[in-house]
Design a protein around this ligand. Structure first.
Ligand code: ZN
Length: 149
């Protein structure tokens, strides 16, 4: 295992054990539930938008280390971003974990720690669940349900 890969692994483990922005969000105006039946991951995303900006975001749920770490890091990264910026991040993140060409690591920043996921196709849905769910919350209004299947 390379040193970089090991560092990435440590960041993911840290976020899965101590998820950031975990819990309910008072005043949230958008919510969505996400479910990945393949692995059993469940996530609930609470978002407070102001204009077209994500003012605050928190999540709840339970799942594997990858899904929890991904939700945790996503909440850190998207806070304060516009909906358009969030969609751009999602597109690049999806490209990264599916090893599609076109993932822009300058856009992704610290989300690059998930680059190893592309070697494990079963884990792609774990890594993208929170993002699909956030997308559902932003598109679908007050309450939406998202499944990776
Ligand atoms: Zn999972």
């Amino acid at each position: 295992m390379s040193e970089l890969r090991e560092l990435y692994q440590q960041v993911i483990i840290d976020h899965s054990k101590r998820p950031r922005n975990f819990g309910a969000l008072e005043g949230a105006n958008r919510n969505a539930d996400g479910h990945n039946p393949l692995c059993g991951d469940k996530v609930h995303i609470h978002v407070l938008t102001e204009g077209d900006r994500v003012k605050d975001i928190r999540f709840e749920g339970s799942g594997c280390a990858i899904s929890t770490a991904s939700a945790s890091m996503m909440t850190e990264v998207v806070k304060g971003k516009t909906v358009a910026e969030v969609e751009k991040l999602f597109k690049n993140f999806h490209a990264l974990v599916t090893a599609e060409v076109g993932a822009d690591e300058t856009v992704l920043g610290k989300l690059a720690v998930f680059s190893g996921v592309c070697e494990f196709p079963m884990r792609v849905k774990c890594a993208t669940l929170a993002w699909h769910t956030l997308h559902g919350a932003l598109e679908g209004g007050s309450q939406s349900v998202v499944s990776t299947e």
